[in-house]
Design a binder for this molecule. Structure first.
Ligand code: PGA
Length: 254
């Protein structure tokens, strides 16, 4: 971590918890957060709990976001939600392109740029997720996949938007598996992303973009990850579901 970028710790609750446990969890996190001046913390609850969770978070520095959006503001898109709807229930950000969306639900690269653009236009901060599968890593295609996903997701992003975008590198094989990428693998991937940004955007515009690592982040490995130069935060799944594991991650860089 370096360069004055504010550390960003994000909890992706996926399709977990129930309403009561979600509210307990957000209250506990809120109570432990302080004034939020030295880090940014956000949670991404199931969309049906968003309004309630956002209501608890209101007035605190906690961010609350959706786990996905569609790339239209409204229409006949059964099951989808739009950036405008997220805003209306008190969310200020969203994940886009999470590997479970890509690999379980078949979301193609071509959608990603439109989603990122519509999020920005709707005043929703995108956390754009990318990362290679195990087969792609074994075939030495990690860099190529990362660049392809960046090209797709960032296609319609302008220099002036860039500081509102966060990129999460999450190797698919490390998500929910307990197998965290090695520090070298993380450092290499983040360096690739950083370099790609610097060569596709104005240097000054690219500088504030935060790069998160995700994939089996835990209290045991968070501090070492935060120690890497190009890691500006973490996107946490399983360990974000309990205060006992999420709070130590939030506080790992102190
Ligand atoms: P995990 O999930 O921490 O449970 O591996 C991370 C993610 O999918 O964002």
């Amino acid at each position: 971590m370096s360069n004055g970028r504010k550390p960003y710790i994000a909890g992706n609750w996926k399709m977990n918890l129930d309403r009561a446990r979600a509210l307990d969890l957000i209250k506990t996190i809120k109570g432990r957060l302080g004034d939020g001046s030295n880090r940014e913390v956000a949670v991404f609850p199931p969309s049906v709990y968003l309004a309630d969770v956002a209501a608890v978070a209101q007035g605190s520095p906690l961010g609350v976001g959706g786990q996905n959006i569609y790339f239209e503001q409204e229409g006949s898109f059964t099951g989808e939600i739009s950036p405008r709807m997220l805003r209306e229930v008190g969310a200020d950000r969203t994940l886009i392109g999470h590997s479970e969306r890509r690999h379980i639900f078949g979301e193609p690269d071509e959608w990603m740029g439109r989603k990122v653009r519509l999020a920005l236009d709707g005043d929703i901060l995108p956390v754009y997720c990318i990362g290679e599968t195990l087969d792609e890593r074994k075939a030495n295609r990690t860099d190529r996949v990362i660049k392809r996903q960046l090209e797709a997701g960032m296609a319609d992003v302008r220099d002036s938007d860039l500081r509102r975008v966060t990129i999460a590198y999450e190797p698919v094989w490390a998500i929910g598996t307990g197998e965290v990428a090695s520090l070298k693998q993380v450092a290499d991937a983040h360096a690739t992303i950083r370099k790609w940004l610097a060569s596709h955007f104005d240097k000054e515009a690219a500088e504030p973009v935060r790069l998160l690592y995700g994939g089996s982040v835990s209290p045991d490995n968070a501090r070492a990850l935060f120690g890497l130069e190009d890691v500006d935060g973490v996107l946490v799944g399983g360990a974000s579901l309990k205060p006992d594991t999420f709070i130590p991650i939030i506080e790992a860089d102190i």
